[in-house]
Design a protein around this ligand. Structure first.
Ligand code: COA
Length: 274
């Protein structure tokens, strides 16, 4: 965990509900929001994982509780909002991070496989936003922060299901930013690149592919969960109070780049020859 550039009380008094907050990037975000004063409710499908995550946060002096549930079920979304308001009296920040992913060529993907990822990522985000609307409106100056990706900016093979889901999340975020701005609800999105040491990387970049990815990123490294956590703290803080509808890409420039025709060392040799 890195030293934060933000004031430790940047999010004091704020209450955040984080779906998928038990592990990976979203646990990293939870930790960063908590380190800056937010009180947390984690939501996920696996109670044991959530319990362990809460214990780790509490050891750091962060107020954390959990509610088990699947974002695909609207009743579970309502339950999570109710649990958050019951525990802390309100809801200021909804972070939609619950996601499903696996590699699969589209010609091998079943209809249910496609639907499953759309349901977790996109329908789940809709369910949470819809169920949270009244609480976020009551809180005023509130935030929905969606976790998307960059893989749909180009054609990423074996990811048609996730590309479609994440493109939908981006579209939904833009819509809600426009519809709900008048109620004091900002809606922003973070699009992380390849983040090291996460379940996502283990699933999507097996067999050492992460090293090749890191070498190709303009900033020459994989991202960290702290990188994403810091972006979330910024967007949740008063520094971002006039930012809504924005998709913040945090990927070291990864999606922008493409393989070079010649590498720098080869160019230097050619240039030396004249
Ligand atoms: N390749 C192809 N299809 C797959 C698959 C894979 N690796 N994994 C699941 N599916 C298909 C299943 O075959 C099934 O379709 P079918 O009924 O036509 O056979 C459908 O997806 C649902 O699978 P199921 O295992 O019942 O879904 P689930 O709700 O229990 O699990 C997943 C959801 C599939 C996303 C699962 O991978 C998961 O829970 N992942 C954990 C979260 C995660 O992915 N984190 C990484 C975030 S980047």
């Amino acid at each position: 965990m890195s030293t934060s550039p933000f004031r430790p009380d940047a999010l004091a008094g704020r209450v955040a509900l984080i779906t998928g907050g038990g592990t990976g990037i979203c646990f990293g975000i939870a930790q960063e929001l908590g380190r800056h004063g937010a009180r947390l409710m984690l939501m996920g499908r696996r109670e044991e994982v959530l319990k362990e995550a809460c214990e780790a946060l509490k050891k750091q002096g962060i107020a954390a509780a959990y509610v088990a549930g699947d974002v695909r079920e609207y009743a579970n979304a309502e339950k999570a909002i109710a649990a958050t308001v019951a525990a802390y009296g309100k809801l200021d920040i909804l972070l939609n991070g619950a996601a499903g992913n696996f590699l699969c060529p589209t010609d091998k993907l079943s209809s249910n496989g496609f639907k499953t990822v759309i349901d977790i990522d996109l329908l789940g985000t809709f369910n949470m936003c819809r169920a949270a609307f009244s609480s976020l409106k009551a809180a005023k100056d509130s935030l929905i922060l969606n976790i998307s990706a960059t893989l749909h900016y180009q054609g990423t093979i074996m990811q048609s299901h996730v590309m479609a889901a994440k493109a939908g999340i981006d579209a939904l975020g833009k819509n809600l930013a426009c519809e709900w701005g008048e109620f004091g609800i900002r809606v922003c999105t973070i699009a992380p690149g390849a983040i090291g040491d996460t379940e996502g990387m283990r699933r999507l970049a097996p067999l050492g592919a992460d090293k090749k990815i890191a070498a190709d990123v303009p900033l020459r490294r994989l991202g960290t969960t702290d990188d994403i956590g810091s972006a979330a703290v910024f967007l949740a803080s008063s520094a971002a109070s006039y930012i809504t509808g924005e998709i913040l890409v945090v990927d070291g420039g990864g999606w922008l780049t493409k393989p070079a025709f010649v590498d720098r060392a080869t160019w230097e040799k050619l240039a030396a020859k004249g």
